[in-house]
Structure formats: structure tokens, C-alpha cells
Design a protein around this ligand. Sequence first.
Ligand SMILES: [Zn+2]
Length: 475
Amino acid sequence: MDKADSADIIVTCPTGLKVGSNGLLRSVKDNGDGTTTTAWAERYPIATYLISVAIGPYLSFSDWFRYGPTDSMEVLHYVLPARFSTAKQSLPKSVAMLEIFSRLYGMYPFVKEKYGHSEFGSGGAMEHQTMTSTTTFDEDVVAHELAHQWFGDLITCRTWQDLWLNEGFATYSESVYREARYGVAEYQRLIRTRMTSAFTAQGSVFVTDTSTVANLFASNRVYAKGAWVLHMLRHVMGDSVFFHALQRYVADTRFRYGTASTADFQGICESVAGRSLGWFFSAWIYGERYPRYTLRWTAHTAGTRFVVDANLSQETHTASPSFFTMPVDVRFSSGSADTTVVLWNDRKSQSYTIDLAFRPVSATVDPDMWILREVIDPDPALPTILTLDQNYPNPFNGGTTIQAHLPQRSPATLEVYSVLGARVATIFDGVAEAGTQTWQWDGRNSAGERAASGVYLYRLRTPTGAETRSMIYLR
Ligand SMILES: [Zn+2]
């Protein structure tokens, strides 16, 4: 992708029509013969596909991007009369977008000229340099096209294979803008709307077959999955490192006002992060599909703490890649407390031992949706953890009921002990079925005599763990 070092756009058309184009408006000359000649001058380097001419019976209005104490830049809109009031409500948001993207990515790259919009008939929107052409004033579209001024116009994808450097970044920036303007919930809401589309992406984000426009611009791949790759990379790198890398990328004189490849962007990320990210790019950019995770786990007491034995496995339904190496968040919850651990997942069917301060009753894989993934519940009908409930009634006199929940069919022993550790009774000793099991204790010891009043412990043991609780017997 080559760039012209500058462009002059000179248009003669019937008087009364306005001409919108790139760069700065140099002159509008009435030729006295019913025609007018308009001259625009773009003095920043420009890819030829970003040159545009929009001609219409436009009404125009301007806002100002004040980027310094004494500096401001015109934000100029050419709008058809029928849409003027709509545009007047929507397009001034461009100024806040310019402020947000300039803060996060680096100063708007064409600040000595302008930004703006020219309305046109049909076909979406196009990020023409310094003057987007658009059919809609939708906030997300306006943010998308503006973000292209950094990703697409300032730094243009070097080859069409790298198109996600334009479209993935612009699509992701819609969420970045929403987060900065409206809060993180809006970021999450918008990026999650792209998830279904990203799931259906065919082939790799790095486009191998660029022979047709439809394949090249397949929106579920370079737009939706491209945006998701950045969403994931942000979590992998951490917020500050990620945005620092984007700033370094934008500021790099090898790329700005020129072009960059996927390898260039990866190199910047690795340099800023101080580690290789080949495992990430090879799977998510050069590979296809996404992982489907299954987490199996059990928990048992260990003194006053709890130990979780967990196993994480994944399937990808492709050989490219056969495995996604990723840090995977897992949130364990007791109902009232929760904690999120990061499982570094780089092997198939990987086992982990996790120490917790509370008894977990549930575990959620990637609870905040930082990974393009599906999660398969091992068996939703069964508990994933061995749990021993409090007996009822308690205290008791005649008899009491004890329930436990087993993740799988297994040998089990339920015994009653005195507080001094002497075994008083064996309630169950056999193979217990998976699911909820119910037992009774009538307060009699193994000799068939009624036990003394007092506190007793009841203990359930299985090969994967043991649980103990106490109860009060009153005669
Ligand atoms: Zn775009």
C-alpha cells in the first residue's frame, strides 16, 4: 500500500452545490458561468483509496476540537438538508471522540487540517482521510470512522492480509470510546454484541485469500473477531501495558503516515510487554476458531482452609490451532464471598491445585468474558463439588436427617464421632450415587444404645475428599 505525499482535489460543479473533500479548503471560485470551482489540499501523506469527493446541496456546520490552551481544529460537517437537525444532535459528539482517542492513542494525526463528515446516499460509511463519508450519524459508526484516522489512515495496513489492523482496531475503538464516555459496562455490552459474529468467523483473522472483496471484508472475521483479538490482548497484557503499546505503535515513525504489518504490531506489543506474544498471535491471528473449555473440580477441607482440585480442558475443532494457550480467569464463589484466580493454561487437560479461604459452591470460567470462548458444563445436573449439609433438625432428640451432594458415584463413609474423636456410629459405608444423598441418624451408637447428650461430629469421606460438621444431640 503506497501513499501519495500530498493531494490536491479541484472540482468544478454547478453553483449552489458544496464539495467536501480531504485536507483544507483552499478556495471556492464562482466561474460566472453557472459553475463554481472548489479546491481542497491534503498535505499529509494519504493512501489513494482515502481520497474522496462528496458533492451535494449541503448545509454545513462546524464544531471545534480544542486540543491546547490556544489551539483548536475545525470539525466540519456537510449534511443534506433533510437530515440537518439529526446531524446537529449527533455529530457534535465527534469532538468528545477526538478528545478521547487523542488521549488514549496519541494526538489526532491530521490536527493541522480538520476532521469532518460528508453525508452521501447509500452504502454505510467510509473513513476518508480528514473527512468521513457517511450515510448514518449513529454514534458507534461515527466513532468507528474517526478511529480509522489513526488505524487505517495514519497507519495503513501494509497488505490486504493485514486488514484487521484497520477494521479490527476501528471496531474495537467503538467499545473503547463507549468505555471512556459512559463507563466500563458500556464497553462490555458493546464488545459482547460482537461475540456471536466472531464465533462464526471462517479462517484466520490474517486473511489468506484476498481475491474477493466479500472474503476480504468478511465482517465476522476482520471486524468482529479482529476487535475481539484486541479485547483479549488487552486482558493478556494488562490495561496500562496494552494502551502504552497502542500509543507506541501510533507514535512509531516507521509506521505513522505509512504502513504497518501484523508482525510490526506484534513486535511493538512484545517490546512494550517485555515478553514474547507469539503464542497469542499464532493462535488468534494466524489460526482459526476458538476454544471450548470444560472445568472439572472438587473441593475438600484442609484445616481451616479449602483445597480445590481443578482440571481445565479445551477443544478447538481445528488443527490450526489444536490448542489456545491463554491465561484463563476462574471465579470461585461461596455465595457470599468470591475470588478470581488466573489459570495459566498451556497444556491439554491441565490440573491445578487452588487454596481458598472459603468453601466454594460454584466456579465460573472466564466470568468477565475476556476470551472468545464457549464453556461446556461437565454435567449440569450434578454438583461439581462434594458438599455435606447441616443436619436437621439440630439440635435433635429423636432423630436427624443428614444430606450430602456428591459430584460422582463413589465409595463413601458417613460416621459419627464424639468431640474427643471416638467413633460413635457408622451411618453409611458403601457406594453412594452421584447427586443428593439422604441419611438418618437415630442417636444410637454402634451397640444400639442411645448416645449421651452432647456435641457430635459427623464426617463424610470419599476418595476425593472429606467433609465434617457438628450437631447437638439432646436426650
Ligand atoms: Zn471500518
